[in-house]
Design a protein around this ligand. Structure first.
Ligand code: 13P
Length: 255
């Protein structure tokens, strides 16, 4: 399967930004700008914005993602949200294993895998983030590190599960730094991730998998990155908070 047969997905990760009233404004500005998108468009919103995001995107081509979920269905896990809470709220996707969660909230390969399997079991589609630090890149261990992250994240998942999995390659050194990976650097790791998935499953599963790049993707560099064979979409932080910039990235992915 070639790139043009895979689902192109542009997802905004709003991180801890926008109150519900601010979210309303942003979504209302965004919807008309992306209504003719030729790719899947997702907004990854804070939990408190889910209700307004689901309501406002109803009947539109924009899908709603949460930014995390727990692996248990319910219980004494103060501050956590279960997959079923998300599906009942109308959420379709969940972003898991973001480097900020790994770095600041003690998320591990094991908990990312548990959360992802629980999310899939509840009927959510998952966007699983992987990526190396600057030190790891400089040490020449990018592939071994990212490969291990992918293998751990997908442990116990079937080929059928993979239909509802997107992998986002987000080099930590490129996140929020304005320092984007070059088209070649990003494509090289995305291609490697596809090879890892082919080894774990088969060529067919790997070829059908949507792999996104994330890390300072913006209106100016999106087209170049998205033109690369193994980069099927983007996970966008800062630029997803600016409707025109996010729409420009969506337009670049729709070509
Ligand atoms: P920036 O686009 O702000 O670099 O963030 C990328 C990211 O972390 C998306 O998940």
């Amino acid at each position: 399967m070639k790139k043009d047969k895979r689902a192109a997905i542009i997802a905004g990760n709003w991180k801890m930004n926008k109150t519900a009233s601010e979210a309303k404004e942003l979504i209302c500005d965004l919807l008309p700008l992306v209504k003719d998108a030729g790719c899947t468009v997702i907004i990854g919103v804070p939990f408190t914005d889910i209700a307004v995001a689901v309501e406002l995107t109803k009947g539109s081509n924009v899908h709603v993602a949460a930014q995390n979920c727990h692996f248990e269905d319910h219980g004494a896990f103060t501050g956590e949200i279960s997959p079923r809470m998300l599906t009942e709220a109308g959420v379709e996707y969940v972003i898991l294993g973001h480097s900020e969660r790994r770095q600041y909230f003690a998320e591990t390969d094991e908990t990312v895998n548990k959360r992802a399997r629980a999310a899939l079991a509840a009927g959510l589609k998952t966007i699983i983030c992987v990526g190396e630090s600057l030190q790891q890149r400089e040490d020449g261990v990018t592939e071994s590190f990212v490969g291990a992250q992918v293998e751990a994240a997908l442990a116990g998942m079937t080929a059928e599960d993979l239909k509802n999995v997107v992998i986002a390659y987000e080099p930590i050194w490129a996140i929020g730094t304005g320092k984007t990976a070059t088209n070649e650097q990003a494509a090289e790791v995305c291609e490697f991730i596809r090879k890892v998935v082919a080894k774990l499953y088969c060529e067919e599963v790997a070829e059908a998998l949507t792999i996104q790049y994330g890390g300072s993707m913006n209106a100016g560099n999106a087209e170049g990155l998205l033109s690369m064979e193994d980069i099927d979409g983007g996970l966008i932080g800062g630029a997803s908070l600016k409707p025109n910039d996010f729409a420009a990235i969506v337009a670049a992915a729709s070509k």
